[in-house]
Design a protein around this ligand. Sequence first.
Ligand code: ADP
Length: 349
Amino acid sequence: MVELNGKGTVDTVQVALRIRPLMRQEIERGCEECIEVVNGGPQVLIKDLSFTYNYVFPQYITQTEFYDTAVKNLIGKLFQGYNVTILAYGQTGSGKTYTMGTNYSGSDGDCSKLGVIPQAVADIFDHVEEYEDKFIIKVTVSFMELYQEQCYDLLSGKERAHSIIEIREDVKKGVILPGLTEIPVTSTTKTMLVLEQGSSGRVTGSTAMNETSSRSHAVFTIVITKESRTDKNLATTSKFHLVDLAGSERIKKTKASGERLKEGVKINQGLLALGNVISILGDENSKSFITYRDSKLTRILQDSLGGNSLTLMVACVSPADYNLDETVSTLRYADRARRIRNKPIINQD
Ligand code: ADP
């Protein structure tokens, strides 16, 4: 059961701010830190502004500490039948991929660097072992990339041009992605191989990897079905979306023109639509219709934002004064997400 907040409802969206350390090049350039964490958090000060989130993780926080504090308890909720979505938001270079662990290419024995995905996968299989006596549990994964409002299947094994997936709507099932490769997995090792395979597809699939990956959204999805061994009617299906969003930097800063501008516009379409959905969900007085249809990103996440879903938005920022404007913009976006609260939730226990 999700903890109630005294009003019979729960805070379905949690916001974590993660500040990465200054990079060597930034120190060499003479950059200084422009964000201050008040008494260890969760309040931060920047310029003359103050923001408070559910969690604030300062520069020195390790991957394990981040995971244990903000993510670990969500894995238990997945096994109770809730959908869970984790979104990493921020400008390029702010630590989204590092935090999510999307670019996994083997742990090379150093587990302290593992991001959210590898740690969550290991936890999921620990839970599977725990529940296996009483339940039949199936785990499948899929991995897609959204680039210029196209959805690419990173696990199809096909050339990029042939791996495009269309989104459809089914009266009963809602949003579906016919043809998307869903790989059944039975262990952490197998799942990590699949993640690695998908990440490498992302790299070889584009001519300029950095350019594309910072401008595309990567969506790794784990679906867990749990069915009682004694009562077939006791079954739940949960979706766990782990999303490494495109860089949130504004186009004018990247001096975009031509094709690049088109890319920027398309990407912003996803982030803009996500921002609008977040704003409407967060405004208790809003009578606006929730505009999931405005982008592929929000359509795919439609059944995982609001309603019977738990969302963690991780806002990633650089502490360098050089990035001040982008950091303030990320803090404001995250502040809008923080206002989504007290949505009724159906207990599936
Ligand atoms: P993004 O995905 O937002 O573009 P990355 O995750 O690639 O950014 O991070 C940019 C650089 O900063 C990488 O070299 C990464 O290893 C490093 N980095 C990011 N966050 C941290 C952190 N919390 N601790 C140490 N290094 C980090």
